[in-house]
Design a protein around this ligand. Structure first.
Ligand SMILES: NC(=O)c1ccc[n+]([C@@H]2O[C@H](COP(=O)([O-])OP(=O)(O)OC[C@H]3O[C@@H](n4cnc5c(N)ncnc54)[C@H](OP(=O)(O)O)[C@@H]3O)[C@@H](O)[C@H]2O)c1
Length: 226
């Protein structure tokens, strides 16, 4: 069945996605920076009977991300699904929020490095093989600001909108090649953002293989409650 590689795998959405895709028979490769968290996720998945392995990489350190994918290729079935949903854990160096009047090259660059260059780098590690095989799914998660301008997130939104733009073009460019790319903007209030309810929709999106964008809102979750 192949491997699902989750870039930015933590105890929220990453773990829930791993459970869904692992439960369907995929090998699971988790990428994040913190070894102890990865170990906990792998143990948690093992308790559910899912074979997973963690790979340490920092999206901001692109050679480390490339190395992680090299190791995944050596240890697993080919990556059939790439899912990109890293989330900074609170304020991190350089990853500040800026409104439109305060946007600067300096405060946009880290977000471009994180979302755009990170996604491009991860994709570059798996897309050539997917094209050669004529199969694969590429899913990229952002928040609502990638689609609708949110002034408080002027700089992050700019980077996420750029990622969305690339993914929509990628979707079109991959038509007829057996590889499917889609953008998944999550737009949920905190009380609705249960990753265990969100993750099954990614499976549906992967299986459908249709549509360049799948916004997940409260009404979508309610309408397709499992
Ligand atoms: N309200 C909503 O609409 C909603 C709800 C849920 C999720 N989301 C979105 O869904 C995505 C996932 O959120 P989540 O918090 O649930 O995910 P998660 O899978 O629990 O965590 C994501 C992981 O990304 C990793 N990460 C952060 N920076 C990284 C870096 N530089 N390199 C590699 N890995 C990195 C972190 O692990 P390390 O620190 O160990 O690297 C973190 O644990 C986010 O885009 C979030 O905004 C939105």
């Amino acid at each position: 069945m192949g491997t699902v590689a989750i870039v930015g795998a933590g105890p929220g959405l990453g773990l829930s996605l791993a459970k869904v895709f692992g439960g369907q028979g995929f090998e699971v490769a988790l990428i994040a920076r913190t070894a102890s968290t990865l170990d906990e996720l792998v143990d948690d998945l093992a308790d559910s009977g899912i074979a997973a392995a963690g790979y340490r990489a920092d999206i901001m350190d692109r050679p480390s991300l490339v190395r992680a994918f090299r190791d995944i290729a050596a240890n697993h079935e080919p990556v059939e699904v790439l899912e990109f949903s890293p989330a900074p854990r609170g304020p991190e160096a350089g990853m500040v929020l800026a409104g439109p009047l305060d946007v600067s090259v300096a405060n946009v660059q880290p977000h471009l490095d994180f979302y755009v260059h990170g996604a491009i780098t991860a994709t570059g590690q798996v897309l050539p093989d997917m094209l050669e095989r004529g199969s694969g799914t590429l899913l990229y998660t952002t928040g609502p600001g990638s689609v609708l301008p949110a002034p408080a997130m002027g700089n992050v939104g700019l980077a996420c909108a750029a990622l969305r733009n690339w993914v929509l073009n990628l979707h079109d460019a991959l038509a007829g090649k057996g590889v499917y790319a889609a953008h998944v903007p999550l737009s949920l209030d905190a009380d609705e953002a249960d990753p265990d309810r969100i993750a099954p929709h990614y499976w549906d999106i992967h299986v459908s293989g249709e549509g360049g964008e799948h916004p997940l809102t409260a009404s979508v979750l309610r309408g397709k409650r499992r």
